[in-house]
Design a protein around this ligand. Sequence first.
Ligand code: HEM
Length: 428
Amino acid sequence: ARPEAARPAAACPVTGPEPALFGWEFATDPYPAYAWLRENAPVHRTTLPSGVDAWLVTRYDDARQALADQRLSKDPARHAAATAARGKTGIPGEQRAGLFAHLLNIDPPDHTRLRRLVSRAFTPRRVEAFRPRVQELTDRLIDGFAARGTADLIHEFAFPLPIYAICDMLGVPAEDQDDFRDWAGMMIRHSRPGERAAPRGGVARAVKRIRAYLEELIHRKRAEAAGDDLISGLIRASDHGEQLTEAEAAAMAFILLFAGFETTVNLIGNGVNALLRHPDQLALLRAGLARGDERLLATAVEELLRFDGPVELATWRFATEPLTIGGTRVPAGDPVLVVLGGADRDPRRFTDPDTLDLTRQDNPHLGFGHGIHYCLGAPLARLEGQRALATLLTRLPDLRCAVAPEELRWRGGLIMRGLRELPVAFTP
Ligand code: HEM
């Protein structure tokens, strides 16, 4: 039983013509299109904006199964070779070299070896020990705008928090962290206000600088040998006598920086937005926090991940052999995109899936993925999400959105779902 009736979201129509995918309306609210797909074409072949044909998997059971299916490869090099052999072109922009030779682009057995090594250094214990630092960062960022009465929560809070947090954890010196903030901004093409679009070639230049920086940092930390930061931990980690090479350590640091960056920006942005649009749920969370009771925080963050999660589509996979997903035959070589945002609103798995219910207990959402590529940073993301929400709502008790929902602009993109800005107001 729910203590307070949650406001049901607008029912998603599942009849009528196929909705337009990937346009402006879709970026603003993709859930009606996902509902249509789940009911009418649960494993659906479509042409992506890049011109690539891919399968979209939108039902929960199919999605979970596909995420765990090792016949679906994550290695762009294997994909490129397979598509070239069929006289076709592979996924544009995907590569597996240098910093991109990371966990999300690698299949077993290499993936198993790398994941085991990183898991020895990036432990839940290390994340827990980092709790006071996350709290300190959260408070410092709120101090920056608390006296003003207004803020853009994306640029002033959600954006800097994860990048400073992961830089700190990795052991990037404080004086260099703003470079990462700039490079990260370049990479997601929205950085500080006024610098909306990355200049041409900017992303490639940013990757080159990050690579040079990380290689130098790893080299230095290897020489120092005694650090207790995560990069030093990665360098020292060993398993049956095996260790990461410097190139592998650089790719690992890169994926930790960037897999944990835009995702966490969107957890905070989408999460605060969803709360501000559901006053009854916001009141429930606030009431607990005002009593010093943080018990609802954990289920709240899980529900926000399910309801409007940061990752809409899991990263690329492609069929290494013909296979059947949800009764549909997928030919060898075809790209498959698992729609986490569709699966997590599937009424076959979730009661009242379009309702935000912070007390939801039965919530095995796919927001962090599933299977061997399950999010390595989930404990850190949960910690940041929980501290961000608790601190914002406690320190700014009348926090409210400063614009109407239709004025919010969502960043278009295939994998991520997030806001460009979130203007808020509160009593200073
Ligand atoms: C993988 C979501 C934060 C590091 C994944 C995957 C998802 C995900 C869905 C699987 C992708 C796939 O199978 O295609 C999220 C969300 C986050 C978050 C929603 C924040 C709310 C973080 C953080 C870090 C991180 C903070 C690290 C600091 C990784 C890594 C992988 C991964 C390294 C690849 C794991 C592998 O391939 O074995 N994440 N993530 N993530 N995530 Fe996260």
